[in-house]
Design a protein around this ligand. Structure first.
Ligand code: ADP
Ligand code: MG
Length: 498
């Protein structure tokens, strides 16, 4: 071999070695990056951990806070609001009634026809529309004009057949925000939640705002009741099954109500109702306890929200927020490793990942996780390897599992407060026989998250059995109430007329 050839061969060896070295370095680096992503997942799992012992602490805290909220105004983060609903529909109601429901994402209008027996409930013309986003920070006049206009169109479509001439149409207004009631048909807005921000409406009577808007349009409709969506769900639950005493909504936001004895509502001493009880709107979204497993993602989400330091429970378990918690985890993973490819500005955008996409990824059963690929691509993250897509599914699982399990703890907390959890509640003075005699209890549940996200439902059901135990949980029936908040409110109007 000539000198030139030797030098050439040596150079080739050196080059090969350095290529190999670069490759090894890259592999080590990529392994290190993969490890850092796995580390983030591990940290998330630890932060979201909800062993049954911790859930029981949340149960106790919920029951204690319920007591405190009933004892005095401002006594707890749970407002425990009076609804002035003390009789629930029985099934004998008759007539045609309307409901308008303003949720966090959708508004719904429907009509129900009742024939005087439980089996004769005809739900007609259910309209569901997304709330135009500009309304969420408009003015009360713009918002209520829009609602009145929508009702007018609904009524125009029905022709003359549905309401007797000259008789006012009776309307239920289901309003999914905290209201301080002065009667079943009046109450003022306490604060907005779920991203709504029309500050001049705080303190205004909601039913009156709607009635004025209806009158302005010359609509012959009477706002007969103003109810929280949970109260609507409870009403429908009770109509079908009188063992229904609790209702919970998992939609854009989350809230619960239940039937309470009036003598337990200490802050309203002297409150008398014919039934001896009243539905209490807990506004449980604002529940807080140091036992809740909180991560840095929750803290950041809260700090950047329009209602920071409020609705801490809701921010861990409702449809508006789950997607954003998952997005924040993926964003951090993408910042600490290039495993997600070049950085995506979309991924940094608050609420860019919706909770329906989380459930779609979580429940993606294609072998290549095509749905995950598609959703990540929409977020500006393309061509991530399968193992990374699996990791994203795991993140969805951790966040939703925590949500479902906390939801169960919340429900068990209410059951504890009313002595239906098999422990006899937290008040003393119950006899042993009372403690041991377990009553059948139905919990009505509704909302888009619960109805459409089966893994959330499964985690909730599983945790409820874990908390209550096999025996007691046989007496607790969770029933889905599709459109319960709207239908049930219309039933409530009917029950007031009969
Ligand atoms: P609203 O809160 O306006 O009363 P819904 O009760 O229908 O309306 O809840 C809508 C919310 O439910 C959506 O904003 C979303 O967060 C959640 N949701 C709807 N569909 C799904 C789904 N397939 N998977 C997960 N969450 C869903
Ligand atoms: Mg709702």
């Amino acid at each position: 071999m000539g000198k030139v050839a030797v030098a050439f061969a040596a150079a080739a060896v050196v080059a090969a070695c350095s290529v190999a070295a670069v490759m090894v370095r890259r592999r080590v680096k990529s392994r290190r990056k993969w490890r850092s992503v796995v580390e983030i997942l591990k940290e998330l799992e630890e932060g979201c951990d909800t062993p049954v012992g911790r859930l029981r602490q949340v149960v106790d805290a919920m029951a204690v806070e319920m007591h405190a909220g009933l004892a005095s105004e401002g006594g707890s983060k749970l407002k425990m609001l009076l609804t002035f609903v003390h009789e629930l529909p029985k099934g004998t109601e008759k007539g045609t009634y309307y409901a308008l429901h303003l949720g966090g994402t959708y508004f719904r209008i429907l009509r129900v026809l009742l024939g005087g027996e439980r089996s004769y409930l005809d739900v007609q013309d259910v309209e569901r529309h997304p709330i135009p986003s500009h309304l969420m920070n408009s003015t009360s006049e713009v918002l209520f004009n829009f609602l009145a206009f929508s009702l007018e169109r609904f009524i125009e479509k029905e022709g003359d057949g549905s309401s007797s001439q000259g008789v006012k149409r009776e309307l239920a207004f289901t309003f999914s925000f905290p209201v301080k009631h002065s009667s079943i048909s009046s109450g003022v807005l306490i604060k907005w939640t779920k991203g709504f921000e029309i500050s001049e409406m705080v303190g205004k009577d909601i039913a009156e705002c709607l009635q004025v808007a209806l009158n302005r349009r010359g609509l012959d409709m009477h706002v007969a009741v103003l109810v929280n969506d949970t109260v609507g769900a409870l009403s429908l639950g009770y109509y079908h099954d009188p063992d229904t005493v609790v209702a919970v909504v998992f939609g854009t936001g989350s809230n619960a109500c239940y039937l309470e004895r009036t003598d337990a509502i200490i802050k309203s001493q002297g409150l008398l109702t014919t039934s001896g009880s009243m539905v209490v709107n807990m506004e449980w979204g604002n529940f807080w306890s140091s036992h809740l497993p909180r991560t840095s993602y929750d803290i950041d989400l809260d700090a950047e929200s329009s209602n920071s330091n409020e609705m801490g429970f809701e921010k861990m378990l409702s449809g508006m927020y789950l997607g954003d918690i998952v997005r924040r985890v993926i964003l951090r993973m993408s910042q600490e490793s290039d495993i997600f490819g070049p950085s995506s500005s979309l991924l940094s955008e608050p609420y860019a990942l919706r909770t329906n996409s989380v459930s779609a990824m979580h429940e993606d059963d294609t072998p290549e996780l095509q749905e995950v690929t598609r959703i990540l691509k929409d977020l500006g993250v393309s061509e991530v390897p399968l193992k990374v897509r699996k990791l994203v599914v795991k993140v969805c699982d951790v966040v939703t599992r925590r949500a479902g399990r906390l939801a169960a703890a919340g429900i068990a907390g209410i059951l504890k407060k009313i002595g239906r959890d098999g422990s006899g509640g937290i008040t003393s003075g119950r006899s042993r026989s009372e403690i041991q005699m377990q009553k059948r209890t139905v919990v009505a549940v509704e909302g888009g998250l619960y109805m459409n996200y089966s893994m959330f439902r499964e985690y909730m059901d599983e945790a409820l059995v874990e908390i209550l135990g096999e025996e007691v949980s046989q007496y607790v029936v969770v029933k889905a109430m599709e459109d319960g908040s709207s239908i049930g409110s219309a039933l409530l109007v009917a029950s007031l007329q009969s």
